[in-house]
Write a new protein. Structure first.
Length: 290
């Protein structure tokens, strides 16, 4: 599973009603792993139930906020805890006095809940994977060196990038990239960006998701943003995306003063577009005076 802060960010991009597949994508688990939460009533009896309404072909939904709360309560609880990378770091640093530990001692050593240890035991049992979590002995204790090695190897497996990953070199998701561009464009235009402003722009009902998105992009907000894509560019230069499309279609091949070209990412220079629009406006005013 991803670190809790990444899970929070991924859930911020989801609709209010979500499927098991969306839960799997947001948490970094397999669909099989999510189904463990659904069907293992002994370990996960309190997993949020299905909603009464169904989607196309009988697709079942769950309440997004209830699912996120359940995940945070069970596997983290704090923004800084406790995905595989954090657990692996705890395992590297730990120097326990005992070579064998029960679930409570393992949880304390790794900085997770006992439920978190039980989750590893259930989700990574010998029946479900070729790399199972170490089995307990007859006293309910596990060998610490074996547990430590498994956690480090599991974290390494989780770290391998997915072929379908949509994160850029900065680690931002596609949604976060779009929000970053929107925010940079607004700030270039002199807009004061607040969670309430962002929630309104994105059509969010509350500011919680907006807050999480702003936290995710915060380290990158001050970076240069002279090249922006249409939505953010329109905000930065004080026009609309429809007008930008009109300018590009009508004046893109103008022999005297073409509209600035877009790059491979559909981004244009804010400075060049501003200057081009100002030239057009000056020319239009001069024409009206004559």
């Amino acid at each position: 599973m991803k670190p809790i802060n990444e899970v929070r960010t991924a859930f911020a991009e989801l609709p209010p009603k979500i499927t098991n597949k969306q839960i799997a994508d947001a948490t970094g688990l397999t669909l099989h792993g999510v189904r463990n939460w659904v069907y293992d009533k002994e370990l996960f009896a309190d997993f949020p139930p299905e909603l009464p309404e169904t989607g196309p072909r009988g697709v079942k939904f769950r309440d997004r906020d209830l699912v996120l709360t359940w995940i945070v309560d069970r596997f983290g609880g704090e923004d800084t805890a406790s995905g595989p990378r954090d657990v692996a770091e705890a395992a590297r640093r730990a120097r326990p006095r005992r070579a064998k530990m029960d679930s409570k001692d393992l949880a304390r050593t790794l900085g997770i809940s006992v439920r978190g240890v039980n989750y590893y035991a259930s989700a990574y049992s010998a029946e479900k994977t070729d790399t199972p979590f170490p089995e307990p002995d007859e006293n309910g204790e596990r060998d610490w060196p074996a547990v430590r090695e498994w956690i480090l190897q599991n974290a390494e497996r989780e770290r391998k990038p997915s072929k379908t990953s949509t994160r850029d070199a900065r680690g931002l998701t596609t949604r976060e990239q779009e929000v970053l561009e929107l925010v940079q464009g607004a700030e270039k235009a002199g807009t004061t960006v607040t969670p309430a402003w962002l929630a309104e722009q994105l059509g969010l009902k509350t500011t919680d998701s907006a807050n999480r998105l702003l936290r995710a992009i915060e380290p990158h907000r001050g970076q240069a943003a002279d090249r922006l894509r249409p939505t953010a560019l329109a905000e930065a230069v004080g026009t609309t995306t429809d007008m930008l499309k009109y300018y590009a279609k009508t004046y893109g091949n103008d022999p005297d003063d073409p509209f600035p070209a877009k790059d491979a990412n559909s981004a244009r220079s804010v400075t060049e577009v501003k200057e081009w629009i100002e030239r057009r406006e000056r020319a239009a005013k001069a024409g009206r005076r004559s």
